[in-house]
Design a protein. Structure first.
Length: 320
């Protein structure tokens, strides 16, 4: 369906999905124009500052980048910037249709839950801060690494991880099925090193990631019990808009499913390719990435080349 404007009316377009970015999309200056131009966005950053007891907004707007990138800071920072952008979009009276579903990549799932009315923003800030702290602690106790594997099929990378794990007796597994030909692996140093060597031998291009936390792997298991207790202490509501989860690449239909998803996420792969394909199957023809960066937009263009995409990362994007 091609979008068009009727005089004095809203855009008529194909069904829309809102998607929210995860860790790695942070950059110094994010959210600055939103807070400058939209009162609701400024209020969102002020709320996060008060909850955390330090100026997260200053960290987002001015850096330093090294501190912003720390897992315990990056996670609530990306959440806050994403929610600020989403609130600003709504406050602007945008011509964008209401979404038929929402989704987020890993950490972005918390922003999606806020947008769906399933999780209060204040609780999301606290949970993402705790999530970042626990993941960082697990990384210090059991250092790991991650790498992007390009140009291989998903099944090839899965098999390579299994072979490397058997050879090294170390953890290595798929962390993200990001798009066709782009899979991220995660695990212990020996396991990831062996897997990347096998991948190169199979013709892959390998890009090591600058992280010390083996996200979405069994090395995060020590954090799961404590994080599950944190999640259990927070009230959730049934989503007002369907939320497509990372773990099963389908809708999360109950409060129990929401809680289980957030805990399972720690050690399970992000099935982003399957999640996007599910949304396309629902009838989504336009994906709007809300939050810093445009990583998800790039992935979606590879997963579903026929759909429309747009980004809302700063105030100028809302005007556009």
């Amino acid at each position: 369906m091609v979008s068009r404007r009727l005089a004095g009316q809203r855009w008529i377009m194909g069904e829309v999905a809102f998607i929210f970015p995860g860790q790695g999309s942070q950059s110094v200056g994010m959210g600055l124009t939103l807070a400058r131009d939209f009162k609701v966005a400024a209020g969102t950053f002020a709320e996060a500052d008060a909850i955390l007891g330090f100026s997260l907004s200053t960290l987002c707007f001015d850096g330093p980048g090294e501190t912003l990138t720390e897992t315990c800071n990056a996670q609530p920072a990306i959440l806050t910037t994403s929610v600020a952008a989403w609130r600003a979009l709504r406050a602007a009276g945008s011509d964008v249709s209401d979404p038929i579903c929402v989704a987020g990549h890993s950490l972005g799932e918390y922003s999606a839950l806020v947008a769906a009315g399933a999780l209060d923003f204040a609780d999301a800030v606290r949970l993402t801060r705790a999530r970042g702290e626990l993941m960082a602690s697990a990384g210090r106790a059991h250092p790991g690494s991650m790498a992007a594997i390009l140009r291989l099929e998903d099944d090839q990378v899965t098999a390579i991880c299994a072979e490397a794990a058997a050879e090294t007796k170390d953890v290595v597994q798929v962390a993200n099925y990001n798009s066709p030909g782009q899979v991220v692996i995660s695990g212990g140093p020996a396991g990831v090193t062996a897997a990347t060597a096998l991948a190169k031998a199979a013709g892959a291009r390998v890009m090591p990631l600058a992280v010390s936390v083996a996200a979405h792997s069994a090395l995060m298991a020590p954090t799961a019990e404590e994080f599950a207790a944190r999640v259990a202490s927070v009230p959730f509501a049934l989503p007002k808009t369907p939320v497509i989860g990372n773990v099963n690449a389908g809708p999360l239909n109950s409060v129990d499913e929401l809680r289980n998803e957030l805990v399972a996420q720690l050690t399970s792969p992000v099935r982003w390719t399957a999640s996007v394909s599910y949304m396309v199957g629902m009838g989504v023809e336009r994906f709007i990435e809300i939050g810093p960066g445009s990583v998800l937009t790039g992935l979606i263009k590879r997963i579903a080349p026929g759909v429309e995409t747009a980004n809302i990362a700063e105030s100028g994007h809302i005007a556009a």
